[in-house]
Design a protein around this ligand. Structure first.
Ligand code: NAD
Length: 501
């Protein structure tokens, strides 16, 4: 089947209309596997465009909040069906703009489908609490109320899934949205907005402004018309987002970087652990917040593990994600590739042993893209920078350890706290690990990646600020509790006073 490419000039989505950025400037969206291929031109929005979007969301909120949640949910159901119908086209668009292999791009769209169906289901739930009052003839309950205008800023690595994690719960709870996607992957967010528009979302309920962070993202953060901000991206930008939200007391949700680990115990199924480490370390070219960029291996099985892991890493076929034979795509852009290459030098200078990889791929079919070899450093010290800092590329550091306790110290000895995994057949080790690992997500006998949409997602330490994405946890963030007392006694009843005998 011939690939149908979307039109090349795109617009912002404000108040139900597709409009140009007021400044008329545009940003190129290029294929990281073939940089001479222009995927599209997207608006370079500025504060004025953002202000338009916020105004539209404020107006729309006054109606949308009164639409019964099951009716809001019906629109989400229709959007999910549209996403199902277009899954293949949207996945291809994603691979072209982002580079991840088609199979993974399909997974990204599927995650958006799952999230949309999940939140559509919540339209008929959003349960509150009813509690007995301490006073006679008095009724007490707590219900969920929408927060207002939700500002969202998203990264490029899950360009449809992550916006859906934020947009769908926000909408079903009755909020309206201003979304600023990453400048490297605007097309997938455009596709998501199209699906929602076609599903019948009223004008102004979702607004999308394309552009870069400082110009189009920052104005969302300090605008008093925005009630809540949800950000996913790097810890450095997240810290700025947190500061910018503080003066106007916005509810602020941050999902940030990770330095995730796979622990391989001496009783592990080594073949399974190797498969998990390859998928966790090199899936999405290592560009997942949950990527397993560290693998700690018990010394008793270290040699065996390293041999098998390196052999698998060497075999990975790197190339254009649209080629079904490709197993690992390019880095997202030149800057990210340079970061990867820089960390190879850092690893070497720190004394880690480069066992495979370590070079850019730039000849033949790789000549026009941001490709890098899958890279494995072994015999790493947990204090090395390659074991401490998020690289966001195809580099895995392998660290030997002697005991379970030492493995926990290595795992927890980083500033991030997103995902960790342990491979073991010992139920005691598995349960002690899930208790002691300082992360928001723990896997047993599976790699650090692979979250499902109906469970909470997020991290602790420098990864998150206490909120969670996905699952029912998302409803906590996108709604406010409103507590309601109904006194039908026809007399003044004073809590804590009149009920005391
Ligand atoms: P980034 O922080 O560079 O950008 C994220 C978003 O913030 C983009 O839309 C960008 O335009 C915007 N932005 C940048 N500067 C801004 C500013 N001054 N004001 C407002 N907005 C601004 O991150 P990235 O490179 O797009 O994504 C990679 C990072 O995201 C990694 O650190 C990764 O771990 C993290 N991430 C975390 C999760 C999670 O759930 N914890 C998921 C995916 C990615």
């Amino acid at each position: 089947m011939a690939t149908v490419f979307a039109p090349t000039v795109f617009k912002n989505y404000i108040d139900g209309a597709w409009v140009e950025a007021r400044g008329g400037k545009a940003i190129e969206n290029r294929n990281p596997a073939h940089t001479d291929e222009l995927v599209g031109m997207f608006p370079a929005s500025t504060a004025e465009d953002v202000r338009d979007a916020i105004g539209s969301a404020q107006t729309a909120f006054q109606k949308w909040r009164l639409v019964p949640a099951p009716k809001r949910a019906e629109i989400l159901f229709r959007a999910a069906q549209i996403l199902v119908e277009r899954k293949e086209d949207y996945a291809r668009d994603m691979t072209r703009e982002m580079g991840k292999i088609l199979e993974e791009a399909r997974g990204d769209v599927q995650e958006a489908i799952d999230m949309t169906y999940l939140m559509a289901g919540e339209g008929r739930r959003q349960f509150g609490h009813v509690a007995p009052s301490e006073l006679p003839n008095k009724f007490a309950m707590a219900v969920r109320a929408p927060v207002g205008v939700a500002g969202m800023i998203t990264p490029w690595n899950f360009p449809m899934a992550i916006p859906s994690w934020k947009v769908m719960p926000a909408l079903v709870c009755g909020n309206t949205v201003v979304l600023k996607p990453a400048e490297d992957t605007p097309l997938s967010t455009y596709n998501l907005a199209q699906a929602l528009e076609e599903a019948g979302l009223p004008p102004g309920v979702l607004n999308v402004v394309f552009g870069d962070g400082p110009q189009a993202g920052a104005p969302i953060l300090d605008d008093p018309g925005v009630n809540l901000v949800s950000f996913t991206g790097s810890t450095e930008v997240g810290r700025m987002v947190s500061r910018a939200c503080a003066p106007t007391f916005k509810k602020c949700h941050l999902e940030m970087g990770g330095k995730n680990i796979i622990i391989v115990m001496d009783d592990a199924n080594l073949e399974l652990a190797v498969d998990g480490a390859v998928w966790g370390g090199f899936g999405t070219t290592g560009q997942r917040c949950t990527a397993a960029s560290r693998v700690a291996v018990h010394k008793k099985v270290y040699h065996d593990f390293v041999e098998r892991f390196v052999e698998q890493a060497k075999k990975l076929k790197v190339g254009d994600g649209l080629d079904p034979a490709t197993q690992m795509g390019p880095s997202i852009n030149e800057q990210q590739l340079k970061t990867v290459m820089n960390y190879v030098e850092i690893g070497k200078s720190e004394g880690a042993k480069l066992e495979t990889g370590g070079h850019r791929l730039e000849t033949g079919s790789h000549a026009r893209g941001w490709f890098h070899e899958p890279t494995v450093f072994i015999d790493c010290d947990p204090k090395m920078r390659i074991c401490q800092e998020e690289i966001f590329g195809p580099i895995v550091a392998v660290i030997p350890f002697d005991s379970f306790q030492e493995a926990m110290e290595i795992a927890n000895g980083v500033r991030y706290g997103l995902s960790a995994s342990i491979y073991t057949h010992d139920v005691n080790s598995a349960f002690r690990a899930q208790r002691d690992l300082e992360t928001g997500i723990v896997y047993v006998n599976a790699p650090t990646i692979g979250a499902e949409t109906h469970l909470p997602f997020g991290g602790i330490k420098d990864t998150g600020n206490g909120h969670r994405e996905a699952g029912l946890a998302a409803l906590e963030f996108y709604s406010e509790w409103k507590t309601i007392y109904v006194d039908y006694s026809d007399r003044l009843q004073r809590a804590q006073i009149d009920n005391v005998e």
